[in-house]
Ligand binder design. Structure first.
Ligand code: NAP
Length: 297
């Protein structure tokens, strides 16, 4: 199937949330990986939110949300599932900041990645935000399987919002089975391994100076070399399927179950189109197993 296949979203269901399999993460648009040309940011957002039901994952820093996101949402709010996060633990303040920044009355899913006040108290406070109508569903990011069970007893958790990709599969050992047993879905962050699974980063020099990935041990020395050594096998499979490596990597995640959706981030309209098209790639069990033999847990 050619890369330019248009996206017709067949919605997936996570708890009561119906959402498209491929959303847009805003990390790249927020300038995390380098400057974004204003026109590109607008095009990416228009394209991501324009076609129909959309999923927008804004990240954890409201101060990074630009007016571009707010303007893109206006008029499309009803058709967009907005997922926002908090990394401070001050959930009321963070939620209010998102509502203000995005110009919206509620967040469809609000997740926390840190709970300095203690897990139970934080989840109780998230539940209060739901009762107040500011948040529809709650999510968690940096939790263990045990913490997930405990949280779910205090207030129903709709989704885990976690890093999950072919190069980062540790969620599969314990957390994913427990989430499934509780009916909790997964919003897979960094589904392209922060760019590793695009094949464009093979040495640290492929990252511009100042790129935060230069400080990430996964993008240095032997760890990077090890990951890069795995790519040709996946690239071969991608070539057989006539798709890009990134599209194959997203298709593998989507094949993990109907309770998984992905939020790759990009500032490039063509990359967005390629990512959306991943939902049309069907992998056979043999192809999935082949990838899993190469990219072990
Ligand atoms: N780490 C976590 O635990 C976690 C938790 C929750 C949420 N998230 C969320 O996950 C979202 C995505 O994560 P991320 O941006 O760190 O990593 P990612 O989506 O795995 O990778 C993004 C990188 O891939 C490139 N890219 C995207 N599509 C491409 C394509 N088709 N071809 C070539 N290159 C492509 C982007 O560059 P271009 O701009 O050049 O396309 C960007 O450098 C974020 O919004 C983040 O908030 C992460």
């Amino acid at each position: 199937m050619p890369e330019s296949t248009p996206a017709t979203a067949r919605l997936r269901r996570i708890g009561e949330l119906a959402l498209p399999p491929v959303g847009l993460g805003c990390a790249a648009l927020s300038g995390f990986y380098g400057a974004v040309k204003g026109a590109d940011g607008v095009r990416v957002l228009r394209q991501a939110l324009g076609a129909g039901p959309a999923l927008l994952e804004t990240g954890v820093s409201p101060d990074r949300a630009t007016g571009v996101v707010r303007r893109a949402l206006a008029g499309r709010r009803e058709r967009t599932v907005v997922v926002a996060g908090d990394a401070t633990g001050d959930v009321e303040r963070a939620c209010d900041a998102w509502l203000r920044e995005l110009g919206t009355g509620h967040l469809d899913l609000f997740y926390v990645s840190r709970s300095p006040a203690g897990l139970e108290e934080t989840v109780g406070r998230l539940g209060a935000l739901v009762a107040a109508g500011k948040v529809r569903h709650i999510g968690l990011s940096g939790v263990s399987a045990d913490q997930l069970r405990r949280a779910h007893r205090i207030h129903p958790v709709t989704a885990l919002v976690r890093e999950y990709s072919l190069v980062h599969r540790d969620i599969e050992a314990e957390l994913l089975p427990v989430a499934r047993s509780l009916g909790i879905g997964v919003i897979a962050g960094c589904p392209l391994g922060r760019g590793l699974l695009t094949g464009r980063i093979r040495t640290p020099e492929h990252l511009r100076s100042g790129d935060p990935r230069r400080l990430d041990p996964r993008f240095r020395g032997e760890r990077l070399r090890q990951s890069v050594r795995l790519l040709p096998l996946a690239e071969e499979m991608a070539a057989e399927l006539n798709v890009s490596l990134s599209r194959l990597a997203l298709a593998w995640l989507l094949a993990q179950g109907e309770d998984v959706v992905v939020v790759p981030s990009t500032r490039n309209p063509l990359h967005l189109e390629m990512n959306l098209a991943a939902q049309h790639v069907r992998l056979t069990p043999e192809q999935r197993a082949g990838l899993e033999r190469v990219f072990t847990r």
